[in-house]
Design a protein around this ligand. Sequence first.
Ligand SMILES: [Zn+2]
Length: 392
Amino acid sequence: MSRRTRPLAVALALVAVSSFATAAHADTSDPVSPTPVPAEPVPGPPYDAVIDLTFPVDGPVSLGDSYHDPRGGGTRWHKAADLGGANAYGLPIHAAYGGTVTWITGLDGAAPHATAGYAITVSGDDGRRYSYMHLGRQDGPPTEAYAHGIVRGTRVQRGQRIGFLGYSGNASPSWPHLHFEIEDPRVTDPYGTHRMNPYPSLVAARERGDLPLDGRRFLDVPATLAHHDAIVWLADSGITSGCGARRYCPADQVTRGQLARFLASALALPPAANPTPFVDVPSTHTHADAIARVHAAGIARGAADGSYGPNRAVTREQMASLLTAARGDALTSASATPFSDVDPASVHAPAISALHHAGIVLGSNGAFRPAEPVTRAQMASFLQRSFSVPAA
Ligand SMILES: [Zn+2]
């Protein structure tokens, strides 16, 4: 998109570069004894490619494509993105990508950088460098520019708060803004530098809702969701990392294969010595390893026909049986369930009863809905109630 708006000066510079390259090539060519051409370095993505990052400002800011804007009276170009607004001072800045802080100014009594001001560079885990400039104000304290604990060498997670938007360095107090740069050694921009234009990636992040959300691990798990705390516990415990791209997919049904994986993780089950005996779980199945672990631990027994049904949605009554097996609950058929819709003769009734007495399944209006599928959100609560208290 920015190619359309490239200034004439850039186009002329490109012409100059390509004619130089042609001349250089002619000088070194040898028509008599061709020498092997050195392998071209693997080209990186285009300088204006959309890359996967989180929008770094938590709050309303304006954003334009200013990569090719001249600076210094036309002697250089901006080669960055500015995110700001008249009232944007103090908005939290979050890491667009995880990595390590390799440059940070104005700490330990040093003055902030004359032009960049209070500034942070994070060497990203993706090999790129992300720089955040003009944080705080030049004569203000570092605590107004940086989040607590951010120093050189700090590991930052993607989406973690690292600082506060400002106008330090040579930025104007009338328009506080974050000057955001991306550098990628594999990329060459039209000016021959290794900068990337952040604008297309920032627009894409904003459009897909990849915004910094303090304390919110998953974009699709708002604090108001009934099972929010359980899902956060599940993630904090390392039992889930979500369904990809900072999402948990709370409304998705849990398959029996996925449940095996959650249980194997929650119980830290050791690898199984043998593959599963289940006829419908080949070793190539995504959850074959987890199913083998829960089978070896005596938790999953499968059906009479030797199948496990790894891709079938797990029902609430099946989950009750798997959870009691995983917890090692004592099952007695004597204690009937209080649920009107649970057949006392059901093979799952003792498990449902045991979980009810343990306060793990609550039911609703006296019903348990044993044949209903379990959503990933509900499963988080079941798992938290089952495993968050250390076994006695
Ligand atoms: Zn800028």
